[in-house]
Every structure is written in structure tokens, then in C-alpha cells.
Design a protein around this ligand. Structure first.
Ligand code: ADP
Length: 484
């Protein structure tokens, strides 16, 4: 469709306007230069012929003292020069009286011509002018040159007048300049056609991919997120299409992730809510002994604790993903000691040895004490949960060049190889029943991972089923502190 608001039409109109302007300026300049050139050539040619004739007639004129004697001979000569020069030739004496005219019949013999050019020639200069002939209505070039004799003032003048129809055209056909004008017009039209066609093709090449992009963006807006555009060019539009594909793929990924997450959350919420509903219904519908009622209330309490833990974890994850980050200077050694000391009684309760191997001096990182302490607590909680009584858990720290690496090892059940790559995913559990039974929400490691990533760090795990697991995380050291 050709609307003036489309790139195609704007490009075409702009290109046409530019080419029209360029051609017009060039044509005017060229026409002007050619006109000057042709006029100058004609003036030069007439001047040359005039001077040649002047030399030849100088001797004859010397003998004539203001008379028209011998004018027959002079006029015959004027006639022959006229044929060669293609101009009317008139000789005048120093008084300005015509003493010979190449036009015999109706000539100006014996008359005084009041032409300015003749006055100039009699003053020793070359005179020239262009005027419109009264008889033919055509442009005529008039030139007068002095007839000189050595050591004296001009003794007469040669007056030449020629039609300019060869240049400007007339009854006998087109002049050179008319032809030039026509050629320039034709060239302008051809250039406009070529540029017009070219700009339509060019604009189609530009606007075609943009229309495809617009269509894909519109479909995305309507909810079809799996859009992909074929990228064939390497120019700006190609890059735009590439970025569009990346954006579409990300959006698609996040949306399906969100859907997946929402369905996981609903699923996680359904289990405790169903239990709570069953318990309440039973308590409402059946008469129970106080003993049994207490048992039911304890179940309710446990399910509610699970719900609260789940909601708290979800809130924690959302907060982390919102990306608000504190930048306090934290001593990681102190943080580990502090977190571990709070958990120590539980380790003792389950007869698991908690070993600490920490550097004897402070190690500083930047971030949030609360978040990092919660992350470490999750790792230690897991180690405690998945390690049988009599086992051990070791927390150690190693200083690297620009980072610090923390290791949480346990002698627990370990993680099967196939599950290891997925354990940091939200709601991923190796053993669903066991995790729930231990009060796990399936979000612990996801929170740890988000926390470490938000602090510019890295987290990974190694494990052997039946032998134990090791969780590593690395955090950048606080830059301003020199450890050497
Ligand atoms: P959960 O709340 O179920 O513990 P997490 O996200 O903390 O959820 O852990 C995900 C899963 O990874 C757990 O269900 C468990 O199967 C496995 N896991 C985590 N830490 C350990 C560990 N130290 N030893 C063995 N398995 C672990």
C-alpha cells in the first residue's frame, strides 16, 4: 500500500526531490556555461574575420579621403568576406560613413550608422552587442573592429552582423542551446525514472523486513509468544531482527517459567491446604475425645507451619529477584561463626559433628548480612537434614586472589548424579516425600543460588550418592581491603 506515511513513499519522494534539485542546478549551470561559450566563440570568430578584413581594406581606405570612390571594389570584397564569415559586412570610414556593404540591394552605402559598436571601433576598441533584429525578429550579434594603420588613429571600422539562430534556433530549425536544453530535460527524466524505480526497490528492501517485524511484534502482543524471524541480512535491520528473536525467546522462556512456577506453587499450597480442610471437616463432623482433638490440632499446627515456611520462602525469593541489594561491608568469618553457633544445638541434638575450618583473620565481602547468613543457614540445614546421626558437617573457607570460596561438606546420603544439575531449581526435590517430611519447601537451594548470584558470586555442588555432598560458593572480596 502506498501511503505518504510509509517509509517506501517517503524515500521515493525524497529521492525524487533530491534528484530533481540536483539535475535542475546542474542543467542551469551547464546551460549557462554553454551559452556563454557559444556567444564568446561567435564574437571571437566575427572579431577574427573583422580583423582579417580590416588588414586587407586598410590600404584601400588610406587613399579615400571621406569619399565613397572605389566602393564597388570594396563592396565586392565585403561580399566575399560575408560569404566566408556568414555575416553581413559593412566598412565605414573614419567619419563613420558606410563606404561598402555586403548587402548591395537596400544596403546602407553612404549612410552614417549610429551604432555604439562602430563608435567604439573608431575609438580603437572592439565593440559588440546582441539585439533583436527589427526585420527578422531574431537575435543578432553585432561586432565592430577598428581598421588600423601604424602610428595613427583608426582610419575606419569593419562592422559585422550575424544571426544567432545557430545558437538559439529560429525558423530554420533548432539551435544548439535548444538541443542541449532538450537533452538535459531528457536526462533529468531518465534519472528521475531510474532513481524513482531504484528508491522503490530500496525502500521495499528496507520496509519489507520491518513489516515482518511489525507483524511478529503484533502477534506477540496478541499473546503468541513463540515468534521467530528469519534473519538474512547483517545490517541494522538484521541486528534488530536478531535482538527481537532474543527478546521473544527470553519472554517466552520467562512466561513459561512463570506458568510453571505458578503451577508448582499451587501444587505446593494444595497439599497442606487439603490436609487442613480434611482435619477441620473431621473435627466439625465427628465428636472426638480431647486426646484425639489435641492430635488433630497438632497436625493442623504442622501444616500451618509448612504453609508459613512456604510463603516466607516465596517472599524471600521474590525480594531477591527484585534485585534490591544492600552493600554493607561484612566479615564472612564472623558471619559463618555467627550462623553456625545458632545451629550448633540442633547439630548436637542429632549427634552430628559440626567442624569449622576458618581463616584466623577477617575476610571482607560486600552485601547483605541477613541474606548471606540465610543462604549459609539453608546449606547447613540441608547438610543436617540429609546426614544421618553420627555423621559430620564441615564448613571451610579458602582465600583466592580476588574472591573467597566457602565449602559446606557433609557425610550424608549424597545426591544421585542425574539430579545434581537440577537441585538449584525451584521446587526440585530428589525425594519428594522425604523432603516434605523434613519440612522442606523445595525452595532452599533456589534461595541460596539467587542470593549468591545477587552478590556477584557463583555456586555449584559435587556429590556422590551414599558418601556425601559438597556445596561451594564463591564471593568477590571487598576491593578496598588489602590482605597482604
Ligand atoms: P528442600 O526444602 O527439599 O531441602 P532444597 O532446595 O533445599 O529443598 O534442596 C533441593 C533438594 O536437593 C532436596 O530436596 C534434596 O533432595 C537435595 N539436597 C539438598 N542439599 C542436600 C544435601 N546436603 N545432601 C543431600 N541432598 C541434598
Amino acid at each position: 500500500m502506498f501511503t505518504f506515511h510509509s517509509i517506501r513513499s517517503r524515500l521515493t519522494v525524497t529521492f525524487l526531490a533530491i534528484i530533481a534539485a540536483v539535475m535542475m542546478i546542474t542543467s542551469l549551470f551547464l546551460y549557462n556555461q554553454l551559452e556563454r561559450y557559444f556567444i564568446k566563440s561567435m564574437v571571437d570568430s566575427l572579431t577574427r574575420s573583422g580583423y582579417e578584413a580590416a588588414i586587407n581594406v586598410a590600404g584601400l581606405l588610406r587613399d579615400q579621403t571621406g569619399t565613397v570612390a572605389d566602393s564597388g571594389k570594396l563592396s565586392a570584397y565585403a561580399e566575399s568576406v560575408s560569404r566566408l564569415a556568414g555575416a553581413r559586412i559593412i566598412f565605414v570610414n573614419r567619419e563613420g560613413i558606410v563606404i561598402a556593404d555586403s548587402v548591395r540591394v537596400g544596403g546602407r552605402l553612404g549612410q552614417i550608422l549610429g551604432q555604439e559598436e562602430i563608435d567604439a571601433a573608431l575609438a580603437g576598441e572592439v565593440g559588440s552587442s546582441i539585439l533583436v533584429s527589427e526585420q527578422s525578429g531574431q537575435l543578432v550579434l553585432q561586432v565592430a573592429v577598428p581598421i588600423l594603420e601604424e602610428g595613427s588613429d583608426p582610419i575606419g571600422a569593419v562592422f559585422l552582423s550575424a544571426s544567432m539562430q545557430e545558437i538559439y534556433g529560429g525558423e530554420q530549425g533548432q539551435g544548439i542551446l535548444e538541443r542541449v536544453r532538450n537533452y538535459l530535460l531528457l536526462a533529468t527524466l531518465i534519472a528521475a525514472a531510474v532513481v524513482g524505480g531504484g528508491s522503490v526497490i530500496l525502500a521495499r528492501r528496507f520496509s519489507g523486513p520491518l513489516e515482518v517485524l511489525t507483524g511478529a511484534a503484533r502477534r506477540m502482543g496478541e499473546g503468541e509468544l513463540n515468534q521467530r524471524i528469519e534473519v538474512s541480512s547483517k545490517d541494522e535491520i538484521g541486528h534488530l531482527a536478531e535482538q527481537f528473536n532474543i527478546m521473544a525467546a527470553r519472554l517466552n522462556y520467562y512466561t513459561s517459567n512463570l506458568r510453571h512456577f505458578a503451577s508448582n506453587v499451587s501444587h505446593e499450597l494444595r497439599t497442606p491446604l487439603t490436609s487442613l480442610s480434611l482435619i477441620t471437616k473431621s473435627m466439625k463432623d465427628y465428636d472426638m475425645e480431647p486426646e484425639q482433638q489435641k492430635e488433630f490440632l497438632e497436625d493442623m499446627d504442622r501444616e500451618l507451619d509448612r504453609l508459613i515456611a512456604l510463603v516466607n520462602d516465596l517472599l524471600e525469593l521474590t525480594k531477591l529477584q527484585e534485585g534490591e541489594q544492600r552493600h554493607d561491608t561484612i566479615c564472612l568469618v564472623e558471619l559463618v561463626e555467627n550462623t553456625a553457633s545458632k545451629l550448633k544445638p540442633r547439630f548436637e541434638q542429632y549427634h552430628i559433628r559440626l567442624i569449622m575450618e576458618l581463616p584466623p583473620r577477617p575476610v571482607y565481602v560486600s552485601g547483605s548480612f541477613l541474606q548471606l547468613s540465610q543462604a549459609l543457614r539453608n546449606l547447613l540445614d540441608n547438610a543436617l537434614k540429609y546426614t544421618p546421626a553420627g555423621g559430620w558437617v564441615r564448613v571451610s573457607m579458602q582465600l583466592l586472589k580476588e574472591a573467597v570460596e566457602v565449602k559446606v561438606e557433609d557425610s550424608g546420603c549424597g545426591i544421585p548424579e542425574k539430579d545434581l544439575p537440577n537441585i538449584f531449581e525451584r521446587f526440585y526435590r530428589v525425594d519428594q516425600a522425604r523432603s516434605r517430611e523434613m519440612g522442606g519447601t523445595g525452595l532452599g537451594l533456589a534461595i541460596v543460588k539467587e542470593t549468591i548470584l545477587a552478590h556477584g558470586g557463583k555456586i555449584w555442588a559435587e556429590s556422590r550418592e551414599g558418601e556425601g555432598s559438597t556445596f561451594y560458593f564463591k564471593l568477590p572480596l571487598q576491593e578496598s581491603i588489602n590482605y597482604n
